[in-house]
Design a binder for this molecule. Structure first.
Ligand code: ZN
Length: 482
């Protein structure tokens, strides 16, 4: 009897070592209804992946490179907002930030905002969400529509110290999927490992450079990096660490893929935003709408993907939920489109970041990218056909283009009566000098909006999240708070 028990123990240990999430494998699955696996890698720039042209040798992303090779890789994908909360709400709702309104730390996902996981859940999918930052946690309502949602109690942990690792996220996801039974699975995995201050675990921390030190890895704030020189040597070191983090995340996703085995699944891999590495003076994200902050990878691969291809269509985070709905054959209304279908050529894209000292509204129309910077009170125009990095402003700004940018806002936000807000309101192109009174903290109003009276919106303002002092401290520790 004792021998039998010992054999059982040995067998269990072997299985634990062999497979993410431990023991037995996943159920077989149904080829007629493949699973959908959505992966969001926080702060991942596409140009740091081998398949998108990274010169790093060996590639930080062998698994994702292979996935891209077998599927469709989109080279012109962008997000709608350069920070985590609004971008993920857009990813799962298919609505832009100006529509869903979850653009401040204390705004909750509106109860009536359709979310793709809820649509799949009511269509017979088993739905699981596994996330690793406070901004995608249940305090904002991301758990709605998931049978199982795990944010690993991230509110109680030091988020920026990467206490929730990709390994933990993948293990939990696999363990859950094993019990999903005969239903097709929708799995949402959010990895935080690539987010600053870039702390790759051993042995990844030595892959491209020396190990980081507390000093070299310290992230102060975006503002700090604008005012203080980061030496070329330190940039190189930070970039090496960033790529090591990508390599770690890639390895975890490889484990997830291996655990899935031959069970049919479609993978969608993207990011909520990119990362600035000094191209316009700053390090980090959330403050500008330049390409290094807005470009994201988008790879769709696996079951139901018609053919391998490199696509230059103008797509992005806004299109993720519509694509999932099409793959799962589930009705879902979204602003975005199915990227596997016909995408309107060079369609307009609207970008927003209305927080902090830099509140900006952006419009990409044709090859022209308009940037309205309300804090600075400036308008800028870039021609992406000749200046993909948006490094040189072109003289003169077409006011028709400005009007189009505002049209994307104007039918959603109007104002009349006194306005008070703890955020920024820019009714006349200026900012901060004004104290307004109004019902909510949202920042953006058309320049021709009346500056007195009650602010109104086409739909009600998103409900308020009552953040505890502890949570606010946690958000400050993320380096987002100024
Ligand atoms: Zn993020």
């Amino acid at each position: 009897m004792a021998v039998v028990e010992e054999l059982v123990v040995i067998s269990l240990v072997s299985s634990l070592l062999a497979c993410a999430g431990g023991g037995s494998s996943l159920p077989t699955g149904d080829p007629a209804r493949p699973d959908v696996i959505l992966v969001s890698i926080d702060s991942l720039r596409p140009d740091h992946l081998g398949s998108y042209g990274s010169a790093r040798d060996p590639s930080p992303s062998p698994f994702l490179d292979e996935l891209a090779l077998k599927g469709q890789r989109f080279t012109e994908a962008r997000t709608v907002s350069p920070w985590t909360l609004p971008s993920h709400v857009s990813m799962l709702s298919g609505q832009g930030p100006l529509e869903h309104g979850v653009v401040e730390d204390d705004r909750h996902i509106p109860a009536d905002l359709p979310l793709i996981q809820a649509a799949l859940q009511s269509s017979g999918f088993a739905t699981g969400g596994f996330v690793s930052t406070i901004y995608v946690s249940d305090i904002y309502g991301f758990e709605r529509g998931f049978d199982r949602f795990d944010d690993f109690d991230i509110q109680q942990k030091k988020n920026l110290q990467h206490t929730v690792r990709g390994e933990q996220v993948v293990d939990a996801a696999v363990e859950w999927a094993k019990g999903a039974g005969s239903k097709p699975v929708f799995l949402f995995v959010h990895l935080y490992d690539v987010h600053y201050p870039y702390l790759p675990p051993e042995p990844f921390n030595l892959r491209y450079d020396r190990a980081g030190t507390k000093k070299s890895q310290r992230y102060r704030s975006y503002e700090w990096t604008l005012k203080n020189l980061i030496t070329p040597e330190r940039w190189l070191h930070l970039l090496a660490q960033y790529d090591e983090c990508i390599n770690y995340a890639d390895t975890q996703l490889q484990r997830l893929h291996t655990a899935w085995g031959s069970r049919p699944a479609t993978w969608i891999v993207t990011a909520d935003h990119g990362e600035e590495f000094g191209e316009h003076g700053g390090w980090g994200h959330a403050h500008t709408l330049y390409p290094e902050a807005m470009r994201v990878p988008l790879i769709v691969s696996g079951a139901g993907v018609p053919e391998a291809a490199v696509r230059e269509d103008r797509v992005g985070v806004l299109d993720v939920s519509a694509t999932i709905a099409a793959l799962a054959k589930v009705p879902f209304k979204a602003e975005g489109v199915n990227v596997l279908g016909v995408v309107p050529p060079k369609r307009d894209q609207v970008f927003d970041t209305s927080r902090f000292d830099s509140a900006r509204l952006g419009l990409l129309s044709g090859d022209q990218r308009l940037d309205l910077d309300f804090a600075a009170g400036t308008e800028a125009l870039y021609d992406e056909a000749v200046d993909a990095g948006e490094l040189t402003k072109i003289p003169g700004v077409d006011q028709a283009l400005v009007a189009r940018a505002w049209a994307s806002v104007g039918d959603r936000w109007t104002a009349s009566g006194p306005l008070i807000t703890p955020g920024w309101i820019f009714a006349d192109g200026s900012a901060r000098e004004h104290t307004w009174s109004g019902p909510g903290p949202f920042a953006l109003f058309p320049p021709d909006a009346p500056t007195s009276g009650a602010a109104q919106r086409g739909s009600p303002l998103p409900p308020v999240v009552n953040l505890s002092d502890e949570t606010r401290k946690q958000l400050e520790a993320l380096g987002y708070e100024q």
